[in-house]
Ligand binder design. Structure first.
Ligand code: ADP
Ligand code: MG
Length: 201
């Protein structure tokens, strides 16, 4: 598998389509431990992303992910917009002018994205956030070179958020009452990696 601009564009298109289908489910997860807007937030953001990318000539992977980032930051309300936006922006910065990435090389760029999320949101693994799916997914991509493995790890990370107590974000206001629910951001991250597994060429 290799990831060039076309593969990354296919990734983004898959995410937008799947968010359209999963929006209600993600909103319901967020309604349990937050304010019920996570699916709507992201679906709106990725629809805007696709609108912007359509018709434009596909630039380098870095240019493409920067566009994704800036659009998410400017159109998605809530915590997840700036956090996912920073993820894509910092990943793009690590890409330089390279035209195509192996899974391991892409993982290194995504690790830069994770560092950006952690600088901004100050969360760690185990705080019941998107990071609990994202960190194992990117680790799997880096060590096994397989987006299918990464997608599986994201799903496992999502399931592992259920017994956790939220220590960051809106869900942390619930204290122990956040236990027993899946984190919506970890669920959207699992969706992101399910799409990545389909997108390589
Ligand atoms: P809001 O909570 O502002 O309504 P969303 O509902 O769109 O924003 O996103 C909520 C998700 O954002 C959570 O499920 C969690 O995964 C993620 N999140 C919240 N705060 C943080 C943080 N500090 N670091 C990483 N992820 C976070
Ligand atoms: Mg919310």
């Amino acid at each position: 598998m290799n990831y060039d601009s076309n593969a990354l564009l296919a990734w983004v298109l898959c995410v937008q389509a799947r968010l359209g289908e999963e929006r209600g489910h993600l909103d319901r997860l967020d309604a349990e431990i937050g304010d019920g807007d996570h699916g709507s937030n992201l679906s709106r953001g990725f629809s805007k992303v696709v609108e912007k990318l359509q018709g434009a000539s596909p630039g380098s992977p870095a240019v493409l992910l920067k566009e994704v980032a800036m659009t998410l930051i400017s159109t998605v309300g809530g915590a997840s917009g700036p956090l996912y936006g920073t993820f894509f922006l910092e990943a793009a910065k690590a890409m330089g002018t390279t035209a195509s990435f192996s899974p391991e090389e892409l993982a290194r760029c995504l690790q830069n994205g994770i560092a950006g999320i952690q600088r901004l949101g100050k969360a760690s693994a185990g705080d019941k956030t998107m990071l609990d799916a994202l960190i194992p997914a990117v680790d799997a991509l880096a060590t096994h070179g397989s987006a299918t493995d990464a997608a599986r790890s994201a799903e496992e990370g999502l399931a592992a958020t259920i017994p956790l107590q939220a220590r960051k974000g809106r869900a942390s206001y619930l204290g122990v009452r956040s236990i027993g629910h899946a984190d919506p951001g970890a669920a959207s991250t699992a969706l992101l990696f399910a799409c990545l597994a389909k997108a390589g060429s």
